[in-house]
Design a binder for this molecule. Structure first.
Ligand SMILES: O=C(O)CCC(=O)C(=O)O
Ligand SMILES: [Fe+2]
Length: 183
């Protein structure tokens, strides 16, 4: 069975607003995929890596707490570290922002060690149309709640996607927890 763990109010409305302005003001990079190949049919988004932004230690502290609790209550995975920077992503309707079906466990040395994925919604649900985060869980498609500040955690091997944004802009915060290979 693949589990899903949902945390409402993982970030407050004010914190979501702060993270949205970081996503807009920090220099963004065009979204590459695992292994740094850029395939815009697969993914279109603007990314800001939080490790590049000063004074965001509080975000990482929160993410660590959220992962710790979710892992204790739901997953019980052998987790070791957070080997990659958290990522702010903007998916704009102007570029048909989206991310096709994929799993986060990839071929690179860091992506290969991903075990748990955490995604937080940051945009108000009225700020965009489309842009649903869907997860393929036990032969069913489950949609992540749209409420800003809600975090969803799932195993990094689970298929998921972000449907095309057709109006406005969706903003999300993603981080991965890493550890030894599943066995
Ligand atoms: O933005 C999202 O909701 C998902 C991001 C994602 O799947 C990823 O970065 O691997
Ligand atoms: Fe992903």
């Amino acid at each position: 069975m693949i589990a899903l763990h949902i945390v409402p109010d993982a970030f407050s409305p004010t914190e979501c607003a702060t993270l949205r302005s970081i996503a807009h003001e920090a220099p963004a990079r065009d979204a590459g995929l695992v292994g740094q190949t850029r395939d815009h049919n697969m993914r279109r988004a603007e990314l800001v890596w939080l490790d590049d932004v000063p004074d965001t230690g509080w975000v990482m502290d929160r993410l660590i707490d959220l992962v710790r609790v979710a892992n204790r209550e739901t997953f019980d995975f052998d987790l070791q570290d957070f080997a990659e920077s958290p990522q702010l992503a903007r998916y704009g309707a102007d570029r048909q922002g989206h991310f096709d079906w994929h799993a986060d466990i990839g071929g690179g040395p860091l992506a290969a060690r991903r075990k748990l994925t955490l995604v937080t919604q940051l945009a108000d649900s009225g700020a965009y149309a489309g842009g649903t985060l869907e997860m393929w869980i036990d032969s069913h498609i489950r949609s992540a709640p749209l409420e800003p500040g809600t975090a969803v955690l799932f195993p990094s091997f689970a298929l998921h996607r972000v449907t095309p944004v057709t109006e406005g802009e969706r903003v999300s915060l993603t981080v991965w927890a890493h550890g030894p290979a599943f066995r």
